[in-house]
Design a protein around this ligand. Structure first.
Ligand SMILES: Nc1nc2c(ncn2[C@@H]2O[C@H](COP(=O)(O)OP(=O)(O)OP(=O)(O)O)[C@@H](O)[C@H]2O)c(=O)[nH]1
Ligand SMILES: [Mg+2]
Length: 355
């Protein structure tokens, strides 16, 4: 699939087209063109009319068969855009949903992804059907309303059903956590942005053979293993964070994310090779995700092997100002893991009691 990426942003807003490109590559899409515009959102095309025409020309000249917007599109915007550019137009969240669907191996993951997909669709059904009807069969609006209702009810019923199943999965997970706690195990969650190296770290510290890949969202479902150095400490690898996740997506993955929230300790894994402002931004955003939960956090500055010593020390100094424990490691090269293990050991003992 050949894709053109598009982004609208407000003045002063940071571009995240690079991340969108990484998401697209994860789906095996080849990025053949990029278009960006700084302006306020336009109700019709999101970008300006002229820019939309430019997008159509770019898509045609590059022979692209899909356009991916980094912004959320209303169904009517997506519809109008796709009529103008002549190929399918989707937004960032549809792209993420497709990746999740591709990665979802277990029945639990499939349920969560299905729930997320329907939650995305639900508020759009009315507008979607209307947009279709008004363009193609203007006379049939009356019948269309009936179609909408049927579809709406069906999706609603499915969502209720899925929610029930997800609840029971969450309670199975909860029981298991309680059992482990009562047997004296300490639970440590590896969390952090996607591609930071969480699974590589899990493999380095345990006997796990979790899949590792330079793609986003390789891991969807938690995997728990005993730490080699301390058999009573269980490490859990989790789904990665990404910027701007809508609440419905977080809601769908609630059972999974609870492995993070309800751990005795969270090891937040960062890619220390990224620029410092980016690391700091991700650090703050991750802390925000965890803010509601009284869980202890240590920061593992991973991929230290990729940067020169001076750069690492400079970053470490800044990060030590914002967090108590920031420790540089290389999960890949097994560097400094003993220090991390020590920090984990000290911080899980005497942490909160099982719920
Ligand atoms: N150079 C270097 N690369 C690393 C290190 N740790 C992980 N990587 C690479 O970073 C990429 C992502 O690693 P993963 O362990 O899959 O990352 P993750 O956080 O589990 O990612 P998701 O499951 O996709 O969210 C892979 O290509 C790893 O080989 C490290 O310490 N140094
Ligand atoms: Mg992973």
């Amino acid at each position: 699939m050949r894709v053109v990426l598009a982004e609208r942003r407000s003045p002063g807003e940071r571009s995240s087209l690079e991340e969108l490109a990484a998401l697209a590559r994860t789906l095996n899409h080849e990025v053949v063109g990029v278009l960006e515009q700084v302006r306020k959102p336009d109700p019709a095309y999101l970008i300006g009319k002229g820019k939309a025409q430019e997008l159509a020309d770019l898509t045609r000249s590059k022979g692209a068969n899909r356009v991916v917007f980094n912004n959320q599109l209303t169904p009517s915007q997506a519809y109008k855009l796709s009529r103008l550019v002549g190929v399918e137009v989707i937004d960032r969240f549809q792209l993420i949903l497709e990746i999740f669907a591709m990665r979802a191996g277990s029945p639990e993951a499939k349920l969560q992804v299905e729930y997320a997909r329907l939650s995305y669709e639900m508020p759009r059904i009315r507008e979607q059907v209307r947009a279709l009807m008004s363009v193609e069969q203007p006379g049939l609006m009356g019948g269309g309303e009936y179609e909408v209702d049927v579809r709406y009810d069906m999706v609603k019923r499915k969502l209720v059903n899925l929610r029930r199943k997800l609840k029971s999965i969450a309670s199975v997970r909860e029981q298991r956590r309680k059992r482990r706690h009562s047997r004296g195990f300490k639970l440590v969650a590896l969390a952090g942005y996607t591609n930071a190296g969480k699974s590589t770290l899990l493999n380095a510290l345990t006997a796990a053979k979790a899949e590792v890949d330079d793609m986003l969202f390789t891991t969807l479902m938690p995997r728990t293993r005993a730490m080699r150095a301390s058999r009573m400490i269980l490490l859990t690898d989790t789904v990665g964070f990404i910027d701007g996740l809508p609440p419905w997506l977080v809601e769908a993955f609630k059972a999974t994310l609870e492995e993070i929230y309800l751990a005795d300790l969270v090891v937040l894994v960062f890619d220390v090779a990224e620029p410092l402002p980016e690391i700091l931004r991700k650090f703050r955003a991750s802390r925000e995700v965890l803010a509601e939960y009284p869980v202890k956090v240590v920061a593992a500055l991973n991929k230290a092997d990729l940067i020169p010593r001076e750069e690492l020390e400079r970053k470490l100094k800044t990060l030590n100002d914002v967090t108590m424990f920031a420790i540089p490691i290389s999960a890949l090269k097994h560097t400094n893991l003993s220090s991390l293990i020590e920090i984990i050991r000290t911080n899980v003992s005497g942490s909160r009691e099982p719920a």
